[in-house]
Design a binder for this molecule. Structure first.
Ligand code: SME
Length: 153
């Protein structure tokens, strides 16, 4: 995968406010990366993840997910990126779209380790997410968390 567009894109994100940066991130990731079928950002409200901006062919019914539920809730609880190569084999998976085969969830975290939310990406390809995807998405998640901190400090 060619991710050379990502560095200038991340620089561009830094000039935006948090809400706009999240919207731009979901749209750009979906446009740029063919194996990202659905891209959304959930934000943590109390003990629930609430769906914010998303881009994809259809809306998900999972607009609120308790921490600890599904792959999204797992990533928030464990404060780490979770990759599922075959969602049909993972009993923790909360199904959204029949076409989804694999998923990655990357938490947005402050330097102090507080989870603000997460980037959730579904792919219609099995095992679509590798180390390059993880690196890219963790960099974007870190940038969004920095923007959030900047806005609230
Ligand atoms: N599959 C997720 C739910 C959200 S949808 O993918 C948009 C999960 O298992 O938490």
């Amino acid at each position: 995968m060619d991710f050379t567009w990502a560095e200038p894109f991340i620089q561009e994100l830094r000039s935006l406010g948090f809400d706009e940066a999240c919207e731009r991130a979901v749209r750009t990731l979906r446009e740029r990366v063919p194996h990202y079928s659905w891209v959304g950002i959930y934000l943590l409200e109390g003990e629930e993840l609430v769906l914010g901006p998303w881009d994809g062919p259809a809306a998900t019914e999972h607009v609120r997910i308790p921490v600890g539920k599904g792959i999204c809730g797992l990533a928030a609880r464990e404060k780490r990126t979770v990759i599922v190569d075959d969602v049909n084999q993972d009993p923790r998976y909360l199904a959204c779209f029949p076409s989804t085969r694999s998923e990655i969830v990357v938490p947005l975290m402050t330097p102090q380790g507080r989870v603000l939310g997460e980037i959730d990406i579904d792919s219609d390809e099995p095992a679509a997410f590798g180390p390059d995807d993880q690196k890219l998405l963790e960099k974007i998640a870190e940038t969004l968390a920095q923007i959030w901190e900047r806005e609230r400090s």
